[in-house]
Design a protein around this ligand. Structure first.
Ligand code: 0L1
Ligand code: MG
Length: 257
């Protein structure tokens, strides 16, 4: 099997059939350049199907997530408009394979961001507003069993995202200190502060921009960027409700059926 095509086809079929597959690397060696080509192919297939690119997500930017997934490096994927879940919308678990939810801090960019020397300060200067957010992720690999390159190919488990209704000027808040309490079915699940994400969520976004620059890519004004799970993700099933309470960024609640 060569090139991204057959690998991308397997991942797209998993989404269509809502059935987890074995890691691509079980079959054949998958190196990082090929994994990135597969990622591009699965995102392009969504766009060819009518979706619009609206931003990017970081994954595995916190120690909690790296420990949970046994992968010790951050990665990124892309967000399309068909992934956005409206506030108050009940999420149908059957639309996914094995959904999980995690709290994140999101950035809405007011200016393009690209280049190999971007820092957290540049990210803050280019940000129109920050939001509390929930990532509804879904691995196309059964049981979330994958290597780093497998999950890169799978567009960083991108599936759904919810933006909170409270927009904050990034200069009016110290995102390192933004606390988050994650509850599932009324019980405390996890807590974290923004600094859990690479020291500062804006530093995670800066890492993304520098990483994209090496591939001749960048982020655009209007893009939403999710900085990565602050805590471990929680698995969800029909009947579950997840609430994320952020300091100063408001609360988000999502119900699953
Ligand atoms: O948790 C995972 O599926 C690993 C990929 C990163 C996804 C994320 O952190 O949003
Ligand atoms: Mg995430």
């Amino acid at each position: 099997m060569t090139g991204p095509g057959p690998f991308a086809e397997k991942l797209l079929a998993a989404v269509r059939d809502r059935t987890g597959i074995a890691p691509l690397s079980d079959e054949q060696e998958l190196d990082e350049p090929t994994a990135l080509e597969v990622q591009d192919a699965v995102v392009q297939a969504r766009i060819d199907g009518g979706a619009r690119l609206v931003g990017a997500k970081l994954g595995l930017t916190s120690r909690a997530k790296q420990v949970q997934m046994k992968v010790d490096r951050p990665l990124y994927g892309w967000l399309t408009d068909d992934m956005q879940i409206d506030t108050g919308q009940t999420v149908v678990c059957g639309d996914y394979i094995q959904p999980r939810v995690e709290p994140e801090i999101a950035f809405l960019l007011g200016r393009d961001l690209e280049g190999p020397h971007i820092t957290a300060s540049h990210v803050l200067a280019a940000t129109e507003a920050c939001f509390g957010a929930l990532d509804v992720l879904d691995s196309r690999y059964a049981g979330y069993r994958f290597t780093f390159n497998d999950v890169v190919a799978d567009n960083a488990s991108s599936a759904g995202f919810i933006l909170g209704g409270t927009a904050i000027d990034p200069y009016g808040i110290d995102l390192r200190l933004t606390g988050c309490v994650l509850e599932k079915n009324g019980e405390l699940a996890h807590t974290a502060a923004g600094a859990s994400v690479m020291g500062h969520p804006a530093a995670a976004v800066a890492w993304l921009v520098r990483t994209l620059a090496a591939r001749g890519k960048g982020l655009e004004a209007g893009h939403v960027v999710m900085a990565g799970g602050m805590t471990e993700a929680v698995a969800v099933a029909p009947g579950d409700t997840v609430v994320a309470r952020f300091d100063r960024l408001g609360s988000l609640e999502v119900a699953f059926r």
